[in-house]
Design a protein around this ligand. Structure first.
Ligand code: CS2
Length: 520
């Protein structure tokens, strides 16, 4: 049972004391027992937006793997718009791969939840009805496969994070030695990984003579559709050559660019949303006003009218995807590592420091020259809008959250742009500083000697390297650059090694704040 469900009768508010410490004040707001649910929708205060369609008519057309906050604040909102526009056959069944938390929180409220859109001017609340049910893959893999193989399902979408594809980020190939992949090859009908579930369900559909669903990757991977197609067909071919061939030939994997900043929901957020709703919502999501979804229009089994819901349908998503990864995500990561080291808790806090704001702008300028965009794209306006979004004071997006899984993120966010700039004979100092920030971060010790909770599939490997090299840039940089899964051949380039060594030396000697100031 979630603590918030048992312990609801207070509201958490946060206040800043004079010395800047955040303190939590608990304020009793009386017993509120009503919970968000279909039966209570008409009791919501009038300012709360709610599903503008008959929920009882909606049927599932999509299975979504990775039922995290991002999906619920992004794709599910678009599908909610499609349902409101009169396409009831596109409801979503969500699946968490491991944890039952989301299902346990959402099932008692009929899978309704609130999206809180936060801006400096205020917050807007919208209750989403697009999610019809949820599964926990680890608990009942067979049921999830059956759901995915059901003929009514025409799209399987995914947000399982970069590491959820069990691939080598540097090459984009399936990691055949990944423990989940080894497990799934031995247990094809009770898989654990996203590729394992997709292949199990597609194999079932093929045997039953059903058309395949479209696989719609919504994670921040370079060429995400093509990459997932390669991973899935490689995995399927290990099960059977024929199956691999069939998937390669008949399943559509459109690439997508997804964008919306969605920080992790906190207890204080839950309390604030429940207070606004005047009823309990155990699992709301927090986000910003901006949202963007660009998709290649290649669906093998139909799709709702996504364009009417604001989605940009294009023939080639690559330029948009690279633009977003190299401008937004790269500078996000730079701010996350360096901002964390400098003692900033959130991206908005980091952006209040003019040197860090300048660093983000510089990183974007440097990456922008590596892009080739359609003539209609105004990159300067895009960069300006990103800086504004990062500075949104109403969003508490923790630097620590973005710092997670750097080994899976660096290649598509920073290393591709570094490679392109080196090819063009351009300096790489700003990006090298970001890479050095990542290196300093994954040593696991901050500037005050405190432990950093490094979350990364390769965290142990990095910790060993850091222990052996010690806090010496000349030793640590080549040792980390030699991690081929992250850096590949670029790791041996002396121009990268020298620039990162200089930057890391400064981070050790002066600390992140001073080093950033020196660079901008
Ligand atoms: C962030 C992204 O956590 C991260 O790594 O950079 O989640 C970012 O907020 C989204 O991609 C924005 O669309």
């Amino acid at each position: 049972m979630l603590p918030i469900l048992e312990n609801w009768s207070y509201q958490l508010t946060e206040a800043l004391t004079e010395d800047g410490l955040r303190v939590k004040q608990q304020q009793n707001i009386g017993e509120t027992t009503m919970q968000l649910g279909r039966a209570n929708l008409d009791r919501l205060p009038s300012g709360i937006h709610r599903p503008a369609y008959d929920l009882s008519c909606v049927t599932p057309g999509i299975v979504h793997l990775g039922l995290g906050a991002f999906h619920r604040a992004h794709q599910a909102v678009v599908i909610d718009d499609c349902l409101a526009a009169g396409a009831p056959a596109w409801g979503i069944i969500g699946a968490s791969l491991r944890s039952p938390d989301t299902r346990d929180a959402l099932a008692p409220q009929d899978h309704l939840y609130t999206v809180a859109v936060r801006a400096a001017e205020g917050t807007e609340y919208r209750v989403i009805g697009a999610l019809l049910g949820s599964e926990v893959a680890r608990e009942s893999p067979a049921r999830l496969i059956a759901r995915m193989a059901d003929p009514s399902i025409r799209i399987v979408s995914l947000t399982v994070t970069e590491k959820g594809y069990c691939h080598t980020p540097q090459t984009g190939d399936l990691d055949e030695r990944h423990p989940d992949i080894v497990h799934d090859l031995n247990n094809p009908d009770a898989p654990r990984s996203a590729p394992g579930f997709i292949v199990a369900a597609l194999a079932r559909r093929r045997t039953q003579g059903l058309a395949p669903f479209t696989v719609l990757c919504c994670d921040n991977l370079a060429a995400n559709g093509h990459t997932v197609q390669r991973i899935v067909t490689q995995f399927a071919a290990l099960r059977s050559k024929d199956l691999g061939k069939w998937i390669g030939e008949s399943v559509a994997f459109p690439s997508t660019m997804v964008d919306r900043i969605v920080p992790e929901t906190t207890e204080a957020d839950r309390a604030a949303v429940s207070s606004a709703l005047d009823m309990r919502d155990a699992w709301p999501v927090m986000t910003e006003p901006f949202t963007q979804w660009v998709i290649e229009d290649r669906f093998s089994a139909g799709r709702p009218d996504l364009a009417a819901a604001g989605v940009e349908l294009v023939t080639d998503v690559k330029p948009f995807e690279l633009m977003k990864l190299r401008l937004l995500n790269a500078s996000h990561s730079a701010l996350a590592y360096l901002g964390y080291l400098a003692g900033y808790e959130t991206i908005a806090d980091t952006m209040t420091d003019p040197h860090f704001a300048r660093l983000a702008a510089r990183a974007m300028e440097d990456a922008a020259v590596t892009l080739t965009m359609p003539a209609s794209t105004d990159l300067a306006a895009y960069r300006a809008s990103l800086l504004k979004r990062f500075a949104n004071p109403a969003l508490h997006h923790r630097t620590w959250q973005i710092a997670m899984d750097g080994s899976q993120k660096l290649p598509q966010r920073l290393l591709g742009a570094i490679q392109d700039r080196l090819r063009q004979g351009l300096p790489i100092e700003t990006h090298a500083l970001a890479v050095a920030g990542w290196m300093r971060y994954v040593t696991g010790t901050d500037e005050h000697g405190r432990a950093i909770d490094v979350r990364d599939p390769l965290a142990d490997e990095f910790a060993t390297i850091a222990r052996e090299a010690g806090p010496v840039a000349e030793r640590l940089v080549p040792a980390l650059l030699a991690v081929g899964k992250v850096f590949g051949p670029l790791g041996t380039d002396p121009r990268l090694r020298d620039a990162v060594t200089t930057a890391l030396g400064r981070l050790y000697a002066e600390g992140a704040r001073q080093a950033v100031e020196r660079y901008v």
